[in-house]
Each structure stands twice: as structure tokens, then as C-alpha cells.
Design a binder for this molecule. Structure first.
Ligand code: 6R9
Length: 653
């Protein structure tokens, strides 16, 4: 280790790992960051160094203060600054890039729509005026329940323009999940659509939104309905329901004065699964969030204005918010938005889109990469993907095998593959290599970014030795951090923070190890959260849906090794489960939570492994689901059940 990196956390000097891969020279030549001093610079000048992230934005009032930490853990970033997110993502690019594409959209049926920055400006303004006409005022929360169509980023930016925080609910979530999120956010405005295509079929999203509206405690003041399907689905609009196009039409060409928001004002709320059954409303502030997102889009994903950049995540989750909408548009680049699934109409689709649009930066999840691998290298290999300059991955750990496959078959064997760790709560990337500076280690995420004090600690809060297992924590605030929870200050403090001798420490909920060079490897959640196809759910959300099925007694859900869900289920009186019961278990989860969470396997078992205190041993069930070795089970109350479960699972394969 060199002098700069004595504690292995701040500077990165990789000495001890034969698998480390240096950034290719050709990439370094034009990378956004090439000076390794960036780590030291942030350390020397923390928190003021984060001012350079704020410098990437246009402010209505430049902030004088970088961080107000007088009332931890309620931190305020750039507290005296004022700005508007839609100005930063749209207006400020008009002089230089009026006719450059901001959004290239590809629909499921091969439809295309393109928005130049001038087009985006026009529609965002008309939508902002339309929302105002319906009564939306500053600080009113607007719920957006839309699939991957351009109207989603447009309405997000329209909300931002008038200072109305958005609350995007993933379009695949159920009516029940939508209702919970509308109520929890105290939202009186909803933007949805008639429907969307699921494979060949027109799916009626509006009727699901109607079901949600019937269930909410409050009342919707207005609903806007985008016509996605045209003649394929005719929807009758009720009272207080408005057709999107008709609402915008009279405002076409109008300019809505952007509302200058305090940097600490709410930009959006996003519900995510936490350690209890009810989702938490994560609140992101305008200035810190946008600064951190812009800084990482530029310096970690190396995105530039002249790129065509594709973040394949759905905008309904945080990755799509930060890196599909706000980051790329803040930098004035072209963001590709794809509505379909990667294998529809065929497995050429993704590669064809990359080739035809000369995509230079591609960001996706290990779940997707695993599917690509399963389908076979012949699909990417048949395309000219030489436009790719950088590949990113997020959402779960990537195995060295998948990492190499991705680099080889998508990245031409040379593109940096940047594994990025972050969460809904961190708002933006927190742990990752800097592609022009830091060597990559396949299978390990990387060191914390400059200015981020992440470390792995043991139960007592002491940093673990290299290779030891511990909890990933962050010791100082960072600009993209959540400003709070919708559920209040107390819940926010309790859920995430512990006070240590050195100050306040944020708990990520992830187990991790760290190596001699400070590279973090994520082992998975240490709480009751599971990552399903790179989406986050609480085990209780899924399990309560399962135990609601007639005949079911108990359920435990775990993740398997391909990002799917395995449900272990016991039945009343151990009745022999038939296929109808299996089907109801699956469909109950899909109805209550969403199609994404539908169990991939349902394993009926006479009992669930429990500790003496009656806690279900999910870890063990997870090991079985993943076909892994598991440890000593003698501490269980019912060790005999383990063998039985294992043979049921193996027998099924
Ligand atoms: C951005 C996003 C957050 C959880 C996080 C962790 C897992 C994210 C990862 C990763 C291993 C990575 N996670 N990135 N695990 N390697 N590069 O996914 O946000 O949906 O809130 O999930 O995802 O467990 O705690 P979110």
C-alpha cells in the first residue's frame, strides 16, 4: 500500500490482487476522471469537495454552504442554494443542444418516438401547465403509475418544474400496492394510462388504477390518463379524469415559470421495502440528490453529452430515476428508453438497439446479464457493438464469470465494467471504481467513491479485518442521501442511524467483506429484505400474501441464485397440496405485490426450520434454494425438517 492509502479506505492502490484489471489505456485517454488524487482531494477537503458536484448544476441561487450537519442525522446539503430540477435537465441545454435528442424511445411494438431537448421543453411545460390547471400546487405529491413511455419522464420533470414532488409507483405493482403508496404519500393526484402491452396482450392498467382508487382512504382530486394503446383499448373517463393529450393541448407552446426550490426541498418520494411489512417512503431533496446523481453519471458512468446512453432499469425504481432520467438529462446527453422486454420479439432486441443507436454506455443488472448468458453469446456476437465504451451493473452482486462474459461479449473484451453499489436511500452510486482511475476486480464492487466514508464493521461497530464478514455502513453524510422518511423523523433515525463515538453512522442493511485494498464485496441483505430480479421486497410483504391463501399455514420466502423467489409453504393439517393451491400461492403474490414478485418455485413442506425462539431460519432455506452447503443445524428446534426440505427441493429439479 502506498503512503496515500495507509488505512486502505481513501486512496486506492491495488497491490495484492492478481485478478485486478486496469482501465484500458484507450479509455483512460478521454475518461472524465484520470487523476488518482481525486480520493485524497475529497479527503483533504471534505465536505467542501462535494461543492464540485453542485458546480455541475445551474442554481437560481448558488449555495454558499456545502453541508449543514448541526443536527445529525438530519443533514442538509447546499442548504442556502435554490434550483429547479427541470431547468437543470431541460432548459439549460436549449442554447447548445436544442435539436439534440434528449430521449429516444422504443415501444414494445417497434414504435419509436424521439424528443429533442426543444421537444422535451415544450411538452414538460405543457404538462406542468396542465397539472397546474388541475389544481396541483407546490408541495402537492403527484403519483405517477406509468410504464416505460416518454410521458413518465415528461411528467416527472413537469412535477419538478412546479415544485410538486412525484411519487412514481412501478407500473407492474398491484392495485393494493398502488393504493398503499397513494395513501402513505398523502397524494391526491394520479397520472396513469389506459394500458400497455404485455407480450401480445393489451393489459388494462386503468382498471387496476380504478381498483386502487376504490381502496384508498383519501380521495383523488384528479386523475390524468395517457392514451398508450389507442384503439386497442377504449377507456371511458369518469368525473375528475382527464385525457393527457387533451389536458396539454391548450397549453402547447406555453412557458411555465420554473419554481426555484430550496436545495433541501423534496424532489420526490420513492417507496421501498424496509425491515417491516409496510413500505417506507424515501424522501430525496432537490439539490443534494441532483448534484450527486450528476457527478456520478459523469464520473462513474463516464457519460457525456454526445453519448447515446442506455440505462435498462425501469424508471419505476430508483435506478431508472437517477440514471435513466435525472443523471443523463442533467448532463445533456441522449437517454434511450425501452418499453419492452429484452427478448421480445426476439433475443436480438437488446443488441439490435445498441447497434442501431450506437449506444456508448450501457447500464443494467446482473439478472439481465444472466439471462443474456443463458440465451447465448451468439446473439450479441452477431452484432456490431463496437460503439460501447463503458458497461455498468447494479442491483445485486455480479459473479466474476458474468462480469467476464459481459465484458467479452458486450464490451468487446476491453470496455471497463463498472459494478456500482447503492440503494434507494443513497440516491446515487456510493461504492464503485472510478473507471479511468481505479483497477476493477471482477466480483468485487470496488472501493467507496471519493468523499464517501463506507466501511465494513462488526457487531460492536469496529472495522473488520480484510476478509472478515461484517455490516456495510457509511460514516459521514453524502449529498444524494435521503433527507428523511415520509413516516417521520423518528422512524428515519431508528431505521438507519446509530450514534458512535465518532458521530452518526448510516446502516445500509447489507452484509459485506472488504479486502486489503479496501474493495467491498456485498454478501446480501442482513435484514428481512430480499432482492428479486434486482427489485427490493420485504419478506413479510410476500409472505403475508401467501398465508392469505386458504389452506396455507405458514410461508417463508427467500431469493435463489438467479434473482428469483422460492416460497416455502406449509399447509393446514399437512393436506396434500395440489396444483390449484400452488397456482393460488403464486397468483396471490402477483395480485398483492406485483407480477415481478411471482414465486419462481413453491416448495410445500411439513414444517419450516425454526430457532428455539421460533424465528424462521431464512438463511438456511436460502442455502437450500441456492443448492449451497449449509452449516450446523443442531441449534434448531426441528432439525429433522431440513433433510426433508432438501430432498423435496432436489427431487423437484
Ligand atoms: C440501486 C438499487 C438496494 C440493495 C442494496 C444491495 C443490493 C445494489 C448492488 C447490490 C451487490 C451491487 N445491491 N447494488 N448488491 N452489488 N452492485 O438497486 O437500489 O432497489 O434500493 O436496492 O440492492 O442489497 O442494499 P434498491
Amino acid at each position: 500500500m502506498d503512503e496515500a492509502g495507509t488505512d486502505g479506505r481513501h486512496a486506492v492502490a491495488v497491490s495484492s490482487d492478481g485478478n485486478a484489471t486496469d482501465p484500458p489505456e484507450s479509455f483512460r485517454e478521454s475518461a472524465a476522471v484520470v487523476d488518482p488524487d481525486v480520493y485524497e482531494a475529497f479527503e483533504r477537503d471534505w465536505p467542501d469537495a462535494w461543492g464540485r458536484a453542485a458546480d455541475l448544476l445551474d442554481w437560481a441561487r448558488e449555495p454558499d454552504t456545502v453541508l449543514d450537519d448541526s443536527n445529525p442525522p438530519f443533514y442538509e446539503w447546499f442548504p442556502d442554494g435554490r434550483l429547479n430540477a427541470s431547468v437543470n435537465c431541460v432548459d439549460r441545454h436549449l442554447d447548445e443542444r436544442r435539436n439534440q435528442l434528449a430521449i429516444r424511445w422504443f415501444g414494445k411494438r417497434g414504435e419509436r418516438r424521439s424528443y429533442t431537448y426543444a421537444d422535451l421543453h415544450r411538452e414538460v411545460n405543457a404538462a406542468a401547465a396542465g397539472l397546474r390547471e388541475l389544481g396541483v400546487e407546490e408541495d402537492d405529491v403527484v403519483t405517477l403509475y406509468l410504464p416505460m413511455i416518454p410521458e413518465l419522464p415528461v411528467t416527472m420533470l413537469a412535477c419538478a418544474r412546479i415544485g410538486a414532488p412525484h411519487n412514481v409507483v412501478f407500473a407492474g405493482l398491484s392495485a393494493e400496492a398502488l393504493a398503499t403508496r397513494i395513501d402513505a404519500a398523502d397524494s391526491e393526484y394520479l397520472v396513469t394510462c389506459d394500458g400497455y402491452y404485455r407480450r401480445e396482450d393489451a393489459f388494462n392498467q386503468k382498471s387496476r388504477a380504478d381498483n386502487a382508487a376504490l381502496r384508498i382512504d383519501g380521495e383523488l382530486a384528479a386523475t390524468v390518463v395517457v392514451d398508450r394503446l389507442g384503439d386497442a383499448l377504449e377507456i371511458a373517463l369518469g368525473e375528475d379524469e382527464h385525457d393527457y393529450e387533451a389536458l396539454l393541448a391548450p397549453h402547447d407552446g406555453e412557458t411555465v415559470e420554473p419554481v426555484a426550490r430550496d436545495a433541501t426541498d423534496l424532489l420526490f418520494v420513492m417507496y421501498t421495502s424496509g425491515t417491516t411489512g409496510r413500505p417506507k417512503g424515501v424522501e430525496h431533496a432537490t439539490g443534494g440528490y441532483l448534484s450527486h446523481v450528476a457527478w456520478t453519471t459523469k464520473n462513474v458512468l463516464d457519460v457525456r453529452p454526445d453519448d447515446t446512453y442506455w440505462c435498462a432499469a425501469d424508471i419505476g425504481w430508483i435506478t431508472g430515476h437517477s440514471y435513466g432520467v435525472y443523471g443523463p438529462l442533467a448532463l445533456g446527453t441522449t437517454s434511450l428508453i425501452y418499453e419492452g422486454s429484452p427478448d421480445y420479439p426476439d433475443r436480438e432486441r437488446v443488441w439490435d438497439l445498441i447497434e442501431r443507436n450506437a449506444v456508448s454506455v450501457f447500464y443494467t443488472s446482473p439478472t439481465a446479464i444472466r439471462s443474456f448468458m443463458k440465451w447465448g453469446a451468439e446473439y450479441p456476437d452477431a452484432h456490431d457493438l463496437s460503439s460501447i465504451r463503458l458497461l455498468g451493473t447494479v442491483g445485486e452482486s455480479i459473479t466474476p464469470k458474468a462480469w467476464h462474459w459481459y465484458r467479452e461479449h458486450v464490451g468487446g473484451g476491453t470496455a471497463p465494467v463498472v459494478d456500482t453499489w447503492w440503494q434507494t436511500e443513497t440516491g446515487a452510486i456510493a461504492v464503485a471504481t472510478l473507471p479511468g482511475v481505479t483497477p476493477m476486480k471482477p466480483g468485487k464492487v470496488g472501493p467507496p467513491l471519493p468523499g464517501i466514508e463506507a466501511q465494513v464493521v462488526d457487531r460492536d461497530g469496529d472495522p473488520v479485518d480484510p476478509g472478515e464478514t461484517g455490516y456495510l455502513t457509511i460514516d459521514r453524510p453524502w449529498p444524494g442521501m435521503l433527507r428523511g422518511l415520509r413516516e417521520g423523523a423518528e422512524r428515519y433515525r431508528r431505521e438507519y442511524w446509530v450514534e458512535t463515538d465518532e458521530g452518526w453512522r448510516y446502516r445500509t442493511g447489507d452484509g459485506a467483506t472488504v479486502d486489503e485494498d479496501g474493495y467491498v464485496t456485498i454478501l446480501g441483505r442482513v435484514d428481512d429484505v430480499i432482492n428479486v430480479r434486482a427489485h427490493r421486497f420485504n419478506t413479510a410483504e410476500l409472505e403475508s400474501a401467501i398465508v392469505a391463501v386458504d389452506g396455507v399455514t405458514e410461508a417463508a420466502v427467500v431469493g435463489d441464485d438467479s434473482g428469483g423467489v422460492v416460497a416455502y409453504v406449509t399447509t393446514q393439517g399437512n393436506v396434500n397440496p395440489d396444483s390449484t393451491l400452488r397456482e393460488s400461492v403464486e397468483s396471490h403474490v402477483a395480485d398483492a405485490v406485483g407480477e415481478v414478485a411471482r414465486p419462481d418455485r413453491v416448495v410445500f413442506t411439513p414444517d419450516l426450520p425454526k430457532t428455539r425462539s421460533g424465528k424462521i431460519m431464512r438463511r438456511l432455506l436460502e442455502d437450500i434454494a441456492r443448492g449451497e452447503e449449509f452449516g450446523d443445524v443442531s441449534a434448531l428446534r426441528n432439525p429433522e425438517v431440513v433433510g426433508e426440505i432438501e430432498s423435496t427441493v432436489r427431487g423437484e429439479e
